[in-house]
Design a protein. Sequence first.
Length: 160
Amino acid sequence: MKMNAQPSVVARRTVLAAGAVGTVGLVAACGSDDSGDSASTSSGSTTPTAAAPSASSSADSGSTGSNALASTSEIPVGSGKIFEDEKVVITQPTEGDFKCFSAVCTHQGCLVSKVDSDAITCTCHQSTFSLKDGSVLGGPAKSALPAADITVSGTSISLA
């Protein structure tokens, strides 16, 4: 009987260990998306200023709009729109000034879920970010939303 009891204890331990490994893997996967976005934009403080010239200079040069994410008319002035599949948020702080940021909250990796009243909000823990530069306005998040490059061609907005 001891021989039969011992394998079931080992099996239980194996199941528990596998569950712990799976949980660690899931947490690591969530964390890698957040740090991956930050790494691709290099620096949260300098990239937001780089994103705006990219959008406006592309509008002047008439870059391609074949993979348009949105029309300029879809992005309200003083607000913005979240694109969940692309994990970005496009804002228009002032008329004709389009900005794009990662929609992944820098606090714990939730997607931001609301854009209004001059703020991007992550409703997971109520962090708020500026429409103008993605900087933290309030909440537990300590880092700005990383900027993402967009191109504006006529009335089409696409990811660069």
